[in-house]
Design a protein around this ligand. Structure first.
Ligand SMILES: [Zn+2]
Length: 434
C-alpha cells in the first residue's frame, strides 16, 4: 500500500525538501521549489545518473545545450504542428478543459454546466520573444524537451569526439510544457528537468539496443533502492505511439495515484536526424568506415524525469514504523541519494567542551561527506529529525567522549550504536560508504 501523497507533500514542506513556488504570494499553479534538503536529494539523483550513464561508460558523451533554440528546430521536430492538445472552453465560466476529458454525450462544462466551444488545438510549447522590441522580435520557444539540442549537436559531437556508432549523448536540463492538467505534486509540472540519452545506432541493430536500454534503465532504479514490486515496464500499444516512435516502453512506478510513467524508452528510428537534415540542409549522416557506407543513424531514447525520479525515490524511501514502543518516520534512502550523510550531535548543548568537540568532528568529516552539526534539541528529538530526513549516521558526542576519546555512531536503519575511537572515526564512516 503506497503512502498517501498528502503525507509526502506535508513532510516535504515541514522538513525543507519542497516548497510551493512563490508561496508568499499564494503560490503559482503546479510549480515547486526544492528547499535545502530537496536540492541535495535531486542533485544526488542527477549525479548518480550522470555517473552511471556518462562516466561509467565508454560509449557516451555529455552535453549541456541552450534552452532557447532556433525556431525552425521545432518545425523540423514536429512540435509546432503536432505538439498539441484539443481543448474546449466553457462559454459561461471561461474554464478550459481537455476535449477528451469531456464525455461526448454530455458536452457540457463539468464545473458549471455551461455550453462549450468546439475543440481547438492548443500548442503545449511556451512562447517567448527574443530581442528588445516585442513586435519585431523573433518568437522563440522554451524547449519542450532536451532531446532536440542533442540532435542539432549530433554532427559536432561525432566529429570533435571522433566517435563511431554506436554511441550516445546524455544531457540533463530544464524543459517546459504548458500542460493543461498538471498535478500530483511534482509529478506533472509545467517546468521540469529531464535526464535524456540519445543513443545512435545502425539501422537493423535498433531493436536490440532498444531492448538493452529498457533493461538497463529498469535496473538503474532498482540499484538505487526502488522496491521492485513498485516498478514495471509497460510497452505502448501501436495507437499510443508518438508520431516519431517506432516503439516505446514506459518504466512505471506505483505512485500514490497509481502506476505512472517514470521514464520512457523510445525507438525514434531515423526520424529526428532525417528531419533536421531536410530542414537545415546539413548532412547529418554517418560514414561507416568498415562498411564503406553512409547512412542516417537510428536513435534509441531513454528519457527520464529528474523530478519524477526524485519523487519516486522519496515515496519509496518513506516508512512509518514502531521500534521499542516508539513510533518513527524514516526516509530510508540509498546511501548515494540521502541528502545528509552524517549528523554530529552533542548530547548536551550547554557544555562548551562537548560543543567544541562535536564541531571539530563535523568540520573534519565535512571534507568528505555532507555533514551537519545540530544541537537544537534533546538527543531523542534530534535522532527522530535525522531519521525523518534520511540521514545515514548520527554521531553523538557525550560526556564520556571527553575522557575516552570515542563517540557513538548510530545507524539510521538498524538504530544500532557503535562506540568508535575518534582516531578511527573517519575510516569507519568511509568504510560505510565504500
Ligand atoms: Zn463552466
Amino acid at each position: 500500500m503506497p503512502v498517501e501523497m498528502d503525507k509526502i507533500v506535508s513532510l516535504c514542506k515541514r522538513r525543507g525538501f519542497i516548497f510551493q513556488s512563490s508561496e508568499i504570494y499564494g503560490g503559482l499553479g503546479s510549480t515547486w521549489d526544492y528547499g535545502p534538503l530537496g536540492v541535495e536529494l535531486k542533485r544526488n539523483v542527477k549525479e548518480v545518473w550522470w555517473r552511471d550513464v556518462v562516466y561509467n561508460r565508454d560509449d557516451m558523451e555529455g552535453l549541456d545545450a541552450a534552452i532557447l533554440m532556433h525556431p525552425e528546430v521545432w518545425v523540423a521536430s514536429g512540435h509546432v504542428e503536432g505538439f498539441t492538445d484539443p481543448l474546449v472552453d466553457c462559454k459561461l465560466c471561461k474554464k478550459r478543459f481537455k476535449a477528451d476529458a469531456i464525455s461526448t454525450n454530455e458536452n457540457k462544462c463539468p464545473e458549471c454546466g455551461g455550453e462549450l466551444t468546439e475543440a481547438r488545438q492548443f500548442n503545449l510549447m511556451f512562447k517567448t520573444f527574443m530581442g528588445p522590441v516585442e513586435e519585431e522580435a523573433a518568437t522563440v520557444y522554451l524547449r519542450p524537451e532536451t532531446a532536440q539540442g542533442i540532435f542539432t549537436n549530433f554532427s559536432n559531437i561525432l566529429t570533435t569526439m571522433r566517435r563511431k556508432l554506436p554511441f550516445g549523448i546524455a544531457q540533463i536540463g530544464k524543459a517546459f510544457r504548458n500542460e493543461i492538467t498538471p498535478g500530483n505534486f511534482t509529478f506533472r509540472t509545467r517546468e521540469f528537468e529531464q535526464m535524456e540519452i540519445e543513443y545512435f545506432v545502425e539501422a537493423g541493430t535498433d531493436q536490440q539496443w532498444y531492448e538493452y536500454w529498457v533493461q538497463e534503465r529498469f535496473a538503474w532504479y532498482l540499484k538505487y533502492g526502488i522496491n521492485k514490486d513498485n516498478l514495471q515496464v509497460r510497452e505502448h500499444a501501436p495507437q499510443e505511439l508518438a508520431h516519431y516512435a517506432k516503439c516505446c516502453s514506459d518504466i512505471e512506478y506505483l505512485f500514490p495515484m497509481g502506476w505512472s510513467e517514470l521514464e520512457g524508452i523510445a525507438n525514434r528510428a531515423d526520424y529526428d536526424l532525417r528531419q533536421h537534415s531536410i530542414h537545415s540542409n546539413k548532412d547529418l549522416s554517418f560514414f561507416d568506415e568498415d562498411k564503406k557506407q553512409r547512412y542516417i543513424p537510428y536513435v534509441i531514447e531513454p528519457s527520464a524525469g529528474a523530478d519524477r525520479a526524485t519523487l519516486a525515490f522519496l515515496i519509496d524511501a518513506y516508512r512509518e514504523e514502531t521500534v521499542r514502543g516508539e513510533r518513527r518516520v524514516v526516509l530510508g534512502f540509498h546511501k548515494s541519494l540521502a541528502p545528509i550523510k552524517v549528523a554530529v550531535l552533542p548530547l548536551l548543548r550547554n557544555r562548551p567542551e562537548l560543543v567544541q568537540l562535536a564541531r571539530t568532528i563535523a568540520e573534519g568529516l565535512r571534507k568528505r561527506f555532507f555533514t551537519k552539526y545540530d544541537d537544537t534539541g534533546s538527543i531523542g528529538r534530534l535522532y527522530r529529525r535525522q531519521d525523518e530526513i534520511g540521514t545515514l549516521y548520527c554521531i553523538t558526542v557525550d560526556v564520556q567522549s571527553l575522557t575516552d576519546k570515542a563517540v557513538t555512531v548510530r545507524d539510521r536503519d538498524t538504530m544500532l550504536q557503535d562506540r568508535i575511537p575518534l582516531e578511527a572515526l573517519e575510516r569507519y564512516v568511509m568504510d560505510k560508504f565504500s
